[in-house]
Design a protein around this ligand. Structure first.
Ligand SMILES: *[C@@H]1O[C@H](CO)[C@@H](O)[C@H](O)[C@H]1NC(C)=O
Length: 288
């Protein structure tokens, strides 16, 4: 069982429900949440290849992708946004002792010992009005204890400009080490999945995605990871409804564009000593 303090098994799994499930730590006392949690349990049988319905990423194809771990176990995703900061979901770190969290960069297969990894402790956690009942503002910035070395396996992601959102129909990629299905084990190898931005059944404060015509999507353990659209981190995996890959309810992400100015202000203020280490920002809205 996952070693996350305060975490509980996802309740209501397999039961169709429109209630949101955060995809990491669960709050059993919260009436608004029928199911929550994404603590990933390593050690299950290695089944095929999905987030749900996805495929294994080419190793280090997404060099900004980070794994948040406690006692060597993955529990959430995160994204390197500056050499000493990762972005994740607030519900991933809410209530956790940040001292127990490790940020692992440069990973691909979590079951292997990989020379490409760089591991850091968390020095400080910044949140911005996270509401665990309404699942609003589900965003956190983790300041690392050190500065990542940038190389082919570890790189800083690009963020959108403030309010530079994504519209209906945009193609994006979701990724993570989360479970391969509501009742399936997590994936040791990073998975990726093509998804499409939708606005139906989505709050204006979230970015939402579906895989049209398929039971595919994010699942427990994917929380905190990035949604990449047009080469930019537009979303942070936040919650699901109706189980993983329901085919009906879109997956919900915190909208990074709504927090771009806040993110930049934190990085500017607490960046490493080599001067401001702002993430490379795509001012031209370039697509690649
Ligand atoms: C995902 O999208 C990319 C770019 O749009 C495309 O090249 C690729 O074939 C898609 N992969 C799958 C499995 O659909």
């Amino acid at each position: 069982m996952g070693a996350i303090r305060g975490a509980c098994a996802p309740k209501g799994q397999g039961r169709p429900s429109s209630r949101p499930s955060m995809i990491q730590s669960c709050r059993p006392s919260s009436p608004a949440l029928a199911a929550v949690l994404l603590a990933v349990l390593l050690g299950g049988p290695a089944l095929a290849s999905e987030i749900v319905g996805g495929r294994p990423a080419r190793p280090h194809a997404w060099p900004f992708m980070a794994s948040l771990q406690r006692r060597g176990r993955h529990f959430c995703g995160a994204t390197l946004i500056a050499r000493n900061f990762v972005l994740s979901a607030a519900h991933c770190v809410n209530g956790l002792h940040s001292r127990s969290v490790r940020v692992v960069l440069g990973a691909h297969n979590l079951r292997r010992r990989e020379q490409t990894r760089q591991t850091f402790r968390v020095q400080q956690v910044f949140e911005n009005g996270f509401n665990p009942l309404r699942l609003k503002n589900d965003i956190a910035i983790l300041q690392l204890s050190g500065t990542a070395t940038i190389n082919t396996n570890v790189q800083v992601a690009r963020l959108p400009a403030q309010d530079q959102g994504v519209g209906e129909g945009v193609q994006c990629v979701a990724m993570g080490w989360g479970q391969l299905g509501t009742n399936r084990p997590p994936s040791p190898v990073l998975q990726q999945l093509n998804v499409t931005v939708v606005t139906a059944l989505c709050r204006p404060t979230n970015v939402c995605t579906l895989v049209p015509g398929q039971h595919a999507g994010i699942c427990f353990g994917d929380s905190g990871g990035p949604l990449i659209c047009n080469g930019l981190v537009h979303g942070i995996d936040s919650f699901i409804r109706g189980g993983c890959g329901s085919g009906t309810f879109p997956d919900s992400f915190a909208s990074v564009a709504k927090f771009a100015d806040w993110i930049n202000s934190i990085i500017r203020r607490y960046g490493d000593d080599d001067g401001p280490s702002l993430h490379p920002r795509d001012t031209a809205g370039r697509t690649y």
